[in-house]
Write a protein that binds this ligand. Structure first.
Ligand code: 5RP
Length: 291
């Protein structure tokens, strides 16, 4: 048989030969398109499968909250330690150096502030999300809240646009004062986000978190919530990772710490190396006391 016969048959090109089964390194992504996987792989570390997102989008509902008065001074020095930056387009354009080389999870819904009723939101234009080369779009979803239907609609619309252009959407589960912050609630909120198309879910750590993570078919990252002592934050971050979270999307527990750079590095040890809380806290203290 001549060499060209093989080519004609398509054998050289593997036509008709089933491709080797290669699972993508993140759960729920095997059947996603190339662009979406590429963006996910920028956010999540391929070795640990996890991410440390630095959240500093709080100003969109809170204004210049403590620690975020001067993003150029408080956040920009932390950028080298983050795997991904979660922020608004305003902060991004005004204060984040475009040559930072970090993927961005862009806050892509907005509408009301803490002065009125939260979660009455609309979504950003996908063209602007693409213009800033975001690696993901974050949309608030308020399960069980007054704006549940509106925020789920926002999520599904953004997921439609995200699938069209290969941009993963992160469903951010809002917690209203009236919600019980337990595994039952967070399992439901996370699952609703995933079922409606979110490729990442951001939620909160709670007792029984294994159930929340196991019932969510896509990666979960946990928010830090209000500032607590560093040892406590490292403890719940550790518990979350050990229970199946694929990382953190942490803000106040980093930028409101006495030593933010030390804290984010201690969090990295927990998220990427599985450091025990005590070892991570020792690392925090060592780094904090270094000049
Ligand atoms: C604000 C947010 C924050 O990004 C999120 O809550 C994470 O920050 P923190 O760790 O401070 O809770 O979504 O709406």
């Amino acid at each position: 048989m001549a060499d060209t016969d093989n080519i004609k048959d398509g054998k050289d090109f593997g036509i008709g030969v089933p491709p080797a089964k290669q699972a993508f390194f993140l759960k729920g992504m095997d059947h996603a398109d190339w662009g979406l996987k590429d963006r996910m792989a920028r956010i999540f570390n391929k070795t640990s499968g996890n991410t440390v997102m630095l959240a500093f989008d709080h100003g969109y509902i809170m204004g210049p909250t403590s620690g975020l008065e001067r993003i150029d001074l408080s956040i920009v020095p932390l950028i080298p330690y983050a795997d991904c930056l979660m922020c608004t387009r305003g902060a991004l354009r005004a204060m984040v150096p475009p040559d930072s080389g970090k993927p961005v999870c862009l806050r892509s819904s907005a509408g009301s502030t803490i002065l009125t009723e939260l979660n009455d939101e609309c979504i950003l234009d996908i063209q602007d999300i693409l213009r800033v080369n975001a690696s993901a779009a974050a949309v608030m979803v308020s399960i069980g809240g007054k704006f549940e239907a509106l925020t789920i609609r926002n999520l599904t619309t953004m997921c439609d646009l995200g699938y069209r252009y290969g941009v993963p959407v992160m469903g951010v589960t809002a917690v209203g004062k009236e919600m019980t912050r337990d595994a039952r609630y967070f399992s439901m909120a996370s699952r609703v986000c995933a079922e409606n198309g979110a490729s990442i879910v951001k939620t909160y750590f709670c007792e029984g978190f294994e159930k929340v993570a196991a019932c969510c078919p896509v990666p979960i990252v946990i928010a830090g919530g209000k500032k607590v002592p560093e040892a406590e934050a490292l403890e719940f971050a550790y518990q979350a990772i050990q229970s199946g979270a694929n990382g953190v999307d942490m803000g106040r527990n980093v930028f409101q710490s006495d030593a933010p750079a030390a804290m984010i590095q201690a969090i990295r040890a927990v998220v990427h190396q599985g450091a025990k809380p005590k070892d991570a806290f020792d690392l925090f203290n060592t780094l904090k006391n270094q000049k």
